[in-house]
Design a protein around this ligand. Structure first.
Ligand code: APR
Ligand code: ZN
Length: 250
């Protein structure tokens, strides 16, 4: 199976990757629906929805500050670095991720589409203001506060720049992801339950346009039925074996 996946990738014309929370599990970032999933402790309705934010912005900001603090201590793992290396080898043309943890960017992936936003970016609830706290060096100060953060331009409330349940995905990111999926002849799907739409359409579009689907997951998912190759293996271990085989083929 690894051999077949390596051949598909090494011989691909336009390969992309599509990732979910499972690729970051090894970095210590909790998944959403796995046995230690985030939603087990917190009900999504209470935290990651526009209604929750309207009802109790303090609770939602407590949750997101907790997650930001947890995730900023996480480091990319072997799987993130392997995807960045496949891109530098010219094999991988883009990474489309549902993750908001910034680990693909930290690992060096250049062409990155973040379908669900980025937990280190905040945006204004009223005007167009937005800020990437890691870049502006304000992350520590931001996490030390307990108040409701306000927009420096118009004074309105700031919110995390992530997609909440029931919200539309950023139009440009989604269009770019669909365009890439239509062009791709191989999609490497890593660590997603494949149950959240429209993101989960990405592998289906590749399949429908004649491409091949390789899936890496520790258990079957909503994508497995359309996978040409299914590697039941943790992402880091699978990517390490895959890289060795690919380098042996090119
Ligand atoms: N290696 C590979 N796969 C793993 C690993 C691992 N070490 N650990 C867990 N997985 C798999 C699980 O089997 C599961 O299929 O990763 C998947 C994680 O699924 P989810 O927790 O549902 O995460 P994801 O698919 O990214 O969720 C999609 O839902 O809650 C929303 O916006 C949120 O982006 C998220 C979206
Ligand atoms: Zn504003």
């Amino acid at each position: 199976m690894i051999e077949e996946a390596a051949k598909l990738l090494a011989r691909s014309r336009f390969a992309i990757a599509f990732t979910g929370a499972g690729i970051s599990a090894e970095s210590g970032v909790p998944t959403f629906r796995g046995f230690n999933g985030l939603w087990k402790k917190h009900r999504p309705e209470e935290l990651a929805t526009p209604e929750a934010f309207r009802k109790d912005p303090y609770l939602v900001w407590e949750f997101y500050r907790w997650r930001m603090d947890l995730i900023r201590k996480a480091r990319p793992n072997r799987a993130h670095y392997a995807l960045a290396e496949l891109e530098s080898m010219g094999i991988l043309k883009a990474v489309i991720t549902q993750n908001v943890d910034d680990l693909h960017r930290e690992a060096g992936t250049g062409n990155l589409i973040e379908l669900h936003g980025n937990i280190f970016r905040v945006k204004c609830t009223s005007c167009g203001y937005g800020e990437y706290l890691k870049e502006s060096g304000k992350l520590e100060e931001f996490l030390a506060q307990r108040n409701l953060p306000q927009c420096p331009d118009c004074g309105s409330l700031l919110r995390p720049d992530v997609v909440w349940f029931g919200e539309p995905l950023p139009r440009s990111a989604l269009n770019e992801a669909f365009r890439l999926a239509e062009r791709a002849d191989v999609v490497l799907v890593i660590g997603t339950s494949g149950v959240v739409y429209p993101a989960a359409y990405i592998p289906q579009i590749v399949k429908e346009t004649g491409g091949r689907v390789i899936e890496i997951n520790t258990e079957e998912s909503g994508i497995t039925p359309i996978a040409d190759v299914f590697l039941r293996c943790p992402a880091g271990e699978a990517m390490e074996k895959l890289m060795t085989r690919i380098k042996g083929l090119i």
